[in-house]
Structure formats: C-alpha cells, structure tokens
Design a protein around this ligand. Structure first.
Ligand code: MF3
Ligand code: CO
Length: 254
C-alpha cells in the first residue's frame, strides 16, 4: 500500500519525526563504554511511554524475523548491520553501534537510524564507512522530488556507495512509511534512473543506505533476527524519514 498525506497530516508527521530524532539523539548522548544493549532498549521504552507514542517493533513479526521482535529498538554492533536484537551485552571501547528506531505518534510513523563509535575509535575505516552512508543518504534525499522516480533515489544512493568502494546489497532498503512502518514503495540502495514508482507530494519515505565493509552478503544470527556481514566485516547504516513536497524533500527526523 502507498499512502499520500495531506498538508495537515504532514504537520503531524513532523511531530513523529521530531520524537524519533530526539530519542536517537538522547541515546547517542547517554550511551558510553559499559552501556548494556538492554539498557538502551529499556531507556527507549521509557521514552516511548513518556511521550504516549507507540512502538513499531515490539509486536512486529515480519517474514524476515523470528516471531514478534519483542524490543523497542534495533541495536546492531560491529559486524551486525540490520535488525540487531537487543541482548545482554555491555558495549566496549571502539564498538561500532547502529541504533535503528521507529515509532508512531498520533498514528503516523517515523523511522531513523544512526551509526557511531562508542568511546574512542581505533579504526579510521569506521568513520569513512559511516560518512559514506551519510553522504549516500543526503544524495538519496536530494533526489526525492515530486515527479522523480524511486530509481532516481536508488541510483543516487548506489552511486555514492559504489564510488566509496562498498558493495551494495539490495535485499533490504528504504520504504514508504505512514500509518505502518513498512509500506510500498520499496527503495533499493542501487538502481536505474527513471525506473519505478513516480514520487508525489505527500509521500513519506524512509531512505536508508547501509553497507558492509567488504561484502554484499548477509548472514542471519542464531537469534533469528540480527543480520550480520557474512565475512564478519564491520558495517554502517544511516536513515531518515522524509516528506516529498512541492518545496522539495523535508527531513522529518533531522
Ligand atoms: N526500522 C527498521 C527499518 O529501517 C526495521 C526494523 S524491523 C524490526 O526499516 F523488526 F527489526 F524491528
Ligand atoms: Co526503515
């Protein structure tokens, strides 16, 4: 399903975006060496409850996972890149952490992800990899104008990632958002200009480039959820929810 939102609804979507962005910023400031992934999950649940928001994750049971997710946020560490299931692990200095969080406020979802190094980075290639996903995200967002196509976004993202030297996986990518988290259209992280669904004012999109340092192949963890690089290589992910408008793309989760 593809949902198109009215200007009044887009104003409400901004509230969702600010909430999701605030949670991620708060977590980023609070996370330190020694923080347990289960603490991050608990803090997220507390912020959802305090805001009267709704989790998109707790009861979510898509075909690509095992049963309901059962947690409030995805916490992916080092070689884990997507859908990291929070578990009893205390973060170490130099760990590369991705937080991916979506929630619904007044019935509209926003979805965003950040990657950062915990403590002091010992690994310059981590910063380069995070930077590449952020630049790919900016390029993808810039392509999201009315009349452009999904392929234009995919091409913009894929061009940046490939130029930075990263293989691109197209099994998981961006997506429409709205009254639920995952909606059509799907937005692969590489593709051909001019192909696919034509963007319209009022569309909400989650755009999310992610990479693994030396591979495009994923392996599923024994937990049934966490997706890791097949080679054990480190990974990064950047995601924003945007609105397509006549004035250009508006980033809701900034
Ligand atoms: N928010 C993620 C995305 O960017 C999806 C998480 S699905 C979950 O699309 F089941 F792992 F929560
Ligand atoms: Co998403």
């Amino acid at each position: 399903m593809i949902e198109i939102f009215s200007p009044a609804e887009l104003e409400r979507a901004k509230v969702s975006g600010v909430f999701v962005a605030t949670v991620l910023r708060t977590l980023r400031e609070r996370v330190a060496v020694g923080t347990n992934l289960l603490d991050i999950d608990r803090w997220t649940g507390e912020m959802i409850a305090a805001a009267g928001a709704r989790s998109c994750y707790v009861d979510y049971a898509p075909s690509f996972g095992r049963g309901p997710f059962g947690h409030f946020i995805c916490t992916s560490v080092n070689d884990a890149v997507l859908h990291g299931l929070p578990h009893d692990y205390a973060l170490k200095n130099g760990d590369l952490l991705t937080l991916d969080f979506a929630a619904s406020v007044q019935g509209i979802v926003a979805d965003s992800a950040i990657s950062f190094v915990v403590g002091e980075s010992s690994n310059p290639s981590d910063a380069a990899m995070i930077d590449a996903t952020q630049r790919a995200l900016e390029a993808g967002i810039a392509a999201a104008t009315p009349g452009a196509s999904i392929g234009d976004i995919s091409y913009a993202i894929g061009t940046v990632l490939a130029a930075a030297g990263y293989p691109v996986n197209t099994d998981f990518g961006g997506h429409g958002v709205g009254s639920t988290m995952h909606q059509d259209p799907h937005i692969p992280n590489m593709g051909r200009p001019g192909r696919g669904y034509k963007l319209r004012t009022g569309l909400l999109l989650a755009i999310e480039p992610w990479v693994m340092a030396d591979t495009a192949s994923l392996a599923t963890d024994a937990d049934g959820w966490t997706l890791r690089s097949a080679t054990g290589a480190r990974t990064a992910h950047s995601e924003h929810t945007i609105a397509v408008t006549d004035d250009g793309p508006v980033i809701l989760t900034r």
